[in-house]
Write a protein that binds this ligand. Sequence first.
Ligand code: DX5
Ligand code: ZN
Length: 216
Amino acid sequence: MTIIAPSLLSAAPGRLTEEIQAIEAAGADWLHLDIMDGHFTPNLTFGPWIVELAKKETKLPLDVHLMVTDPLAQAKIFAQAGADFISVHVEATPHLHLVLDTIQRAGARPGVALNPLTPLDFLEPSLDFLDLIVIMGVNPGWAGQAFIPRTVKRVAQVSHLLATQKKDRSIFLEVDGGVSDQTAPALIQAGASVLVSGSYVFKSRDYGQAIAGLRQ
Ligand code: DX5
Ligand code: ZN
């Protein structure tokens, strides 16, 4: 079954504790945390405190998406804060192997995120060193942006790559950005195993219904 990871970026900022509890009760599988540093993305969001808070409030795996220019400096800090998965952008580092290795040594599961036009060739050599691939459906920076349709084809290509590689463990294929009841079916069909959703879930009146709707 598809894993649904609501993004806390779209939760009510004054009620984060309640929102985390509500989304867990509504059937979310993971909690997605968008870390932006005001450099890699113009927008600036949370620091490691949000991961510490979430760790206290929920048993859901914490899926930390680092949108920062120096993931090598940040990876260990977020792992120590309680991240279960930490994804870094390939566009942000010339030292991808070192960053993924650092995340793993710090006790979290490493992931790689790709912007909408970043070539998929980066992935093949990285497969031995990651547990999660994040294909962006929008340009990183904000929730609520329009989904970029060519993402579906990219997901199918990555899914094919994963299917043709014999691995001793499974690698999650996540789509982040623009996921809604309109875009989810094609993404699942293309092979996505994890869907991140910010505005679609948190702007809905019934979180449980929205999460269930994405899975169908
Ligand atoms: C975008 C973030 C996404 C965002 C998704 O930079 O990485 O996780 O919160 O929001 P929606 O689902 O509204 O596109
Ligand atoms: Zn994200």
